[in-house]
Design a protein around this ligand. Sequence first.
Ligand code: SF4
Length: 156
Amino acid sequence: MNYHRYYSIDVVNGPGTRCTLFVAGCVHQCRGCYNKSTWSLNSGCLFTQELEDQIIHDLQNKEIKRQGLSLSGGDPLHPQNVPTILKLVQRVKNECDAKDIWLWTGYKLDELTAQQQAVLAHIDVLIDGKFVQDLADPKLIWRGSSNQVVHHLHQK
Ligand code: SF4
């Protein structure tokens, strides 16, 4: 998997103070996409074991407490990204105490493959659906257009 940006401290992409990773690769080609440079799987830089370890380390940091991890792009659920994303979210849940994981994807929840659904077992919030320019609304929170849905998964 390749990625474009990693922010070790981020207060924009999700609630609270977070770590945020923007991955490379997206098939959806939404009109008005603000992140076109991430569409190619080969764009950006290689996501290394060192960076995976760094994210875990940052989430475990007790001096600058993060609420969780945000995964965006590009599309973290691009089929070619799923194995790496699955390994990362499993580590976050196993090694980082009480961190939430938010994930943005252009796929709809009800069209995810079994492989993509395996990631959902480990995330807390999924924002799904393509960005539709005609439905764009700057007043929306955590989503760009009104067709997208913020799914709070696994709520007790
Ligand atoms: S899903 Fe997101 S990154 Fe992909 S084309 Fe649409 S807006 Fe851009």
